[in-house]
Design a protein around this ligand. Structure first.
Ligand code: PMP
Length: 402
């Protein structure tokens, strides 16, 4: 056994030396706890890079729903969705997600990653001769799903609807076409030109699959996302989301036409061949979806904080990639300096912002990906920027003209 594992480890290390080295240099993550126990050494760290953007992971109704489901149904689901692992909470959650997006049906997966991978494998793979148009910055889970589908793929330049049209126009008009994009991009924080993309889709008869992972809960009426905010929800054929970010728990989903959802339910291997979400997790997600459908307070606080952060960074000439969303990526553009800035924030100010280095971003495009979230008060955002400003000064990082 040792012989095999040693050989496997050596082979992996050989092939992936550069990747492993990057991983090693990335260092370890601090244990970021929100515990209020004074004996807990991590209690004082304030986290400014959490994807629990709206604080739903600590929302009392969400936690109560989870506790209640835990008492009633136990810790796990007991099986895969088709063999004993479907609880009425799963069914209810799917119905409410479908309603949130104005679609006929929805299907939940154990993560957003498997939702993209599992759904795109089926959707792009089932239609003979399908050609897929994919934004160049699409998430790994989209890339994997499209690879697994075996469909032909064309990559359009990031957020470039004109390039998308150029590629689509070059294809046989009879060929089935699928456009796959995100609404809010996870690393750059910029927002897709959804109106232009829907116009191209309509002109060429293409189907749209939209990943709203960084938008559901945070944008649009009832938290239905960016397409809904733009009044374009009906133009989107399949919307995909996560329960692990704005909705504070874990899991992923797609929503769309009933026949298509049924096909994915039947054929998607990551849906069929895995233990379903624990009912308590589904119950927590359901409580979060319901809460955010009825409350704008968290969204208002999130956008207030993002706007304040944009303004303060601009005043100080600290460069960031986009002011279109709540994801504020401060550009450092140098591997060592980026890690150093993250380390200094932690050591000096007990502020945790993870540095994002290659391979998550290209070398030379290293960022501090800040997600202020809905929870901080404006005074805390100001204090955060002061801390970042001191680090900026100490490291002699370049500023943009005010
Ligand atoms: N899509 C995008 C755009 C993402 O950023 C992520 C995760 N960061 C996912 C899908 C996967 O979602 P999950 O974390 O729920 O697996």
């Amino acid at each position: 056994m040792a012989f095999f594992t040693d050989r496997a480890a050596a082979a992996i290390a050989d092939g992936k030396r550069e990747f492993l080295e990057l991983g090693r240099r990335a260092g370890r993550f601090p244990s970021a706890s929100t515990s209020t126990d004074p004996a807990d050494a991590t209690a004082e760290i304030s986290v400014w890079c959490s994807n629990d953007y709206l604080g739903m992971g600590q929302q009392p109704k969400v936690m109560a729903a989870m506790r209640d489901a835990l008492e009633r149904f136990g810790a796990g689901s007991g099986g895969s969705r088709n063999i004993g692992g479907t609880n009425h909470v799963h069914v209810q959650l799917e119905a409410e997600l479908a309603a949130l997006h104005g679609k006929e049906a929805a299907l939940i997966f154990t993560s957003g990653y498997t939702a993209n991978d599992g759904a795109l494998t089926v959707i792009a793979g089932a239609v003979p001769d399908c050609v897929v148009f994919s934004d160049e910055l699409n998430h790994a889970s989209i890339i994997d799903g499209l690879r697994h589908s075996g469909a032909a793929k064309r990559i359009f330049r990031h957020n470039d609807a004109a390039h998308l049209e150029e590629l689509i126009a070059a294809e046989d008009p009879e060929r089935p076409k699928l456009i796959v994009l995100e609404s809010v991009y996870s690393m750059s924080g910029d927002v897709a030109p959804i109106r232009e993309v829907t116009e191209v889709a309509r002109k060429y008869g293409a189907t749209i699959f939209l990943d709203e992972v960084h938008a559901v809960g945070m944008y649009g009426p009832r938290g239905a996302g960016i397409a809904a905010r733009e009044g374009l929800a009906e133009e989107i054929d399949v919307v995909m989301g996560t329960l692990g970010k704005g909705f504070g728990t874990a899991g992923g989903y797609i929503a769309g036409p009933a026949a298509l959802i049924d096909a994915v339910r039947t054929l998607s291997r990551p849906f069929v061949f895995t233990t379903s979400l624990p009912p308590a997790v589904a119950a927590g997600a359901l409580a979060a979806v319901r809460h955010l459908a009825g409350s704008d307070a968290e969204r208002t606080a999130l956008h207030r904080n993002a706007k304040l952060l944009h303004g303060l960074l601009r005043e100080r000439g600290i460069p960031f990639l986009s002011d279109e969303s709540h994801i504020v990526s401060v550009l450092i553009g140098e591997d060592a300096a980026c890690k150093k800035a993250s380390a200094l924030l932690l050591e000096r100010y007990r502020i945790y912002v993870q540095s994002i280095n290659a391979p998550s971003v290209k070398t030379g495009e290293e960022i501090l990906r800040i997600a202020p979230g809905a929870l901080p008060e404006p005074a805390e955002v100001e204090k955060f920027v002061e801390a970042l400003d001191s680090v900026w000064l100490e490291l002699g990082l370049p500023r943009t003209a005010a």
